[in-house]
Design a protein. Structure first.
Length: 209
């Protein structure tokens, strides 16, 4: 009886640890970025070259907030606009340790799969596979009453531009990309028929020469 009880308690602890590891809380984003918007616009550029230096949680937090984070918490409104305030865009953080779904309200990551899908996201552009992080933008068409094929890509474009600008302001390299093995990615993430892959952004520190 004691062994059975001990085993049950041990399994409960292990299950709790597994659950805790599946969700990762990011630090509060530090929005005090020295570079001005006009400087970021002037210097914005696309780059497909990345060093092997990983992004810190603090850096990832401000990138995600700038991309599509909560800027008016009392009304749950975002840094990027969406048609009819549908808030249809989800962002997946894809790294060596798997793919994570970002929740803007809690600023936390929930692991969706443990597979490294950066190769499928890079597609034929092998050079981008070295980026430590890919941000994948997915639009949920079920959040629209109509014209989803127009509004979804439009909303993804807003978020994509935000990613370009916040990356520039932080001295990071990125490039908006439509090329990828979308079928493999969708299967790995378990996307349904209403969830449409829009774009991906490899992000990382510049390659030192």
């Amino acid at each position: 009886m004691k062994r059975t009880l001990l085993f049950a308690v041990t399994m409960m602890v292990m299950a709790g640890c597994a659950t805790a590891q599946d969700t990762w809380q990011l630090p509060e984003p530090d929005t005090n970025v020295p570079m001005t918007l006009t400087q970021a616009l002037k210097q914005r550029h696309s780059s497909r070259e990345f060093s092997d230096q990983k992004l810190s949680d603090a850096t990832l937090s401000i990138v995600l907030w700038g991309a599509n984070g909560i800027n008016r918490p009392d009304r749950k409104l975002l840094t990027a606009p969406t048609a009819t305030n549908a808030q249809d865009i989800s962002m997946y953080v894809c790294r060596e340790d798997g793919a994570w779904l970002w929740d803007a309200m809690s600023n936390s990551l929930t692991q969706i799969c443990k597979e490294d899908i950066r190769g499928a996201l890079a597609g034929r552009q092998e050079s981008t596979k070295s980026a430590p992080v890919f941000l994948l933008l997915v639009s949920d068409y079920s959040k629209f009453r109509g014209n989803a094929e127009v509004w979804g890509p439009m909303d993804a474009g807003y978020v994509s531009q935000n990613i370009c600008l916040i990356s520039e302001a932080l001295g990071l390299n990125t490039v908006p990309r439509g090329m990828m093995d979308a079928e493999t990615v969708a299967k790995a993430l378990g996307l349904n028929s209403n969830q449409h892959i829009m774009l991906n952004h490899p992000i990382g520190h510049p390659l030192k020469r």
